[in-house]
Design a protein around this ligand. Structure first.
Ligand code: DLL
Length: 439
């Protein structure tokens, strides 16, 4: 049974569609997508044949589990245009994300895909409280990365004023925040902290007018949210997406903030699976997020394995939206560290570190293998006075070490750094430095 909304819905109609109606809409769209890819994408035709599935045999959403997954490796093998479901002349845009191994993961859009993306992004901005007429400083990178243009279209579609500053150039960000007084800031959470620090250091004394921030594109924690909100004086919202399915605009936190991010289910069919067995997991159980695109024309994806770890909850939210929520992403499956047999995500270490007021939200995780076992060193900045004298520093390091040990069950080394030692993030933060010898 779904919980009743706690108060009158302010959510637009499509976002608060009763779940049964939403599910029938999803089924109709799914059937359409499957027919389209089976007819026009040889990759899917072969996959369906190999799994002995006919697209027109799928008559319920429960049958989704019979369909094969699509993986990042499939995208790479069919790079650049092997998964197109439309003639290439109908592709009006490509975007890409550069993975860790330097390989590009490409996404293609028709004109309609781009327009719908703008509509979805407007939904995200609006769910976070942005309105027509507000000024939006868009500090996500413009270019192949989907963040910049995605939020740009969304803000335009909403009727807001876009300030397309892109990522980087922190001093200019501060200047525009002070001079143009935007209400909304869009950037990665780590860049938001870089901007916050620069604002504090600018010494101009000019107040900011920020009310709302939409932060995503990398994992972050509740402790990080608290820091950003305090330092920039805004309400911070989590926003999620990935280039492969079109960029940001997949899931968005609403004003309730507590229950996770609404996946726009009329556009994406979410599942959470056990990453080892591939079996779907029940609501509330943590696993890998899998998405099927329901509207994309140029490059529809069936059961795409995102690699992102979360849980799914289909209870109606107090905001009135019926679209299921994913919990804040814990991290990517590939980013999970295995330290002497113990699994730990960087975000878990972050949430411990930022509970200490002596510690600044700037850190790196160094992995090394001095002898036979992996060693993790947490290099973290702290306010200057905590480094004064060995004793205070080592006492703080000891407390950090035991807090991490009790939360994550791993023993780490701690290196306390003076303020300003680490390179500041201007986009997605690089948290892990892997110095282990290559095998
Ligand atoms: O990061 C799209 C985006 C832009 C999302 C702006 C939000 C805001 P990619 O470069 O393809 O696309 O990276 C996608 O980033 O699979 C996650 O691992 C991670 N990610 C994205 N949003 C979040 C988030 C964009 N809110 C990959 N929390 C995804 C945690 C996130 N991780």
């Amino acid at each position: 049974m779904n919980a009743q909304p706690a108060r009158t819905s302010e959510a637009p109609k499509l976002e608060s569609l009763p779940r049964e109606q939403l599910r029938s809409l999803q089924l109709a769209k799914l059937q359409n997508v499957l027919k389209r890819v089976a007819a026009s994408v040889p990759f899917y035709r072969r996959k369906f044949e190999a799994a002995a599935i006919r697209a027109d045999e799928i008559r319920s959403l429960e049958q989704l589990r019979q369909l094969p997954f699509t993986t990042k490796a499939d995208l790479w093998e069919n790079y650049p245009f092997g998964l197109l479901a439309t003639p290439s002349e109908e592709v009006s845009r490509v975007h890409a994300s550069s993975g860790t191994k330097g390989k590009l993961t490409l996404a293609a859009y028709t004109r309609k895909d781009v327009t719908q993306w703008g509509e979805l992004m407007a939904r995200c901005l609006s769910a976070a409280g942005a309105r027509a007429g507000m000024r939006v400083l868009n500090a996500y990178g413009y270019g192949l990365f989907t963040g910049g243009l995605g939020f740009h279209y969304g803000a335009e579609h909403l009727g807001a004023t876009v300030i397309p500053i892109s990522g980087g150039n922190t001093a200019r960000q501060v200047q525009l925040l002070e001079d143009l007084q935007p209400e909304v800031l869009c950037c990665t959470p780590s860049f938001a902290l870089t901007i916050a620090e620069a604002c504090e250091q600018s010494g101009s004394g000019k107040p900011l007018n920020l009310k709302i921030g939409l932060f995503g594109a990398e994992p972050w924690t509740e402790s990080m949210r608290a820091q950003i909100e305090k330092r920039l004086g805004l309400s911070a919202f989590d926003t999620y997406g990935l280039s492969e399915v079109g960029g940001p605009g997949v899931a968005q936190e609403c004003a309730e903030k507590t229950g996770g991010l609404h996946v726009w289910e009329d556009f994406f069919l979410p599942e959470v699976i056990d990453p080892r067995t591939g079996d779907p997991l029940p609501p509330g159980e943590e696993g890998e997020l899998v998405l099927t695109t329901l509207e994309r024309e140029a490059m529809p994806l069936v059961r795409y394995r995102t690699g992102d770890i979360t849980t799914l909850d289909a209870q109606t939210c107090a905001c009135g939206r019926t679209h299921a929520r994913i919990r804040r992403i814990r991290g990517r499956r590939d980013d999970m560290l295995i330290i002497r047999g113990v699994n730990v995500y960087p975000s878990e270490i972050e949430s411990v570190l930022l509970k200490f007021e002596e510690v600044l939200p700037f850190y790196e995780l160094h992995l090394d293998r001095p002898r036979t076992l992996d060693q993790l060193t947490v290099r973290v900045e702290c306010a200057g006075r905590h480094l004064d004298g060995q004793a205070a520093g080592s006492e703080l390091a000891g407390r950090l070490q035991s807090a991490i040990a009790s939360r994550c069950a791993v023993r780490v080394e701690i290196e306390l750094l003076a303020t300003g030692t680490l390179t500041r993030s201007i986009g997605k933060a690089l948290r892990i430095v892997d110095k282990r010898p290559r095998e």
